[in-house]
Design a protein around this ligand. Structure first.
Ligand SMILES: [Zn+2]
Length: 79
């Protein structure tokens, strides 16, 4: 399995953020001077996997924005 480059049909290495467009390394570099717009397919898959795993346990993630509901009720109940 694996994604195909939408330009040349080679095996895709990169994916554009927030889209379903996949590119191989060559086409990615040709079309995007700034590769930071792209995410590596492998990393994306790994990141999702890690994200799910962390979420299952408990996450102190780096840059994901998530609101953790805090139950401060417990703190008041110390008498
Ligand atoms: Zn390509």
């Amino acid at each position: 399995m694996g994604k195909k480059c939408i330009v040349c049909d080679a095996e895709a290495t990169y994916k554009i953020k927030d889209t379903s467009d996949y590119y191989c390394q060559e086409c990615a570099q040709e079309n995007f001077a700034d590769l930071s717009l792209l995410v590596k397919v492998e990393e994306e898959a790994q990141r999702l996997k890690t994200f799910v795993e962390q979420k299952a346990q408990r996450s102190n993630a780096s840059s994901a924005s998530k609101a953790e509901p805090s139950t401060e009720k417990d703190l008041e109940d110390d008498a």
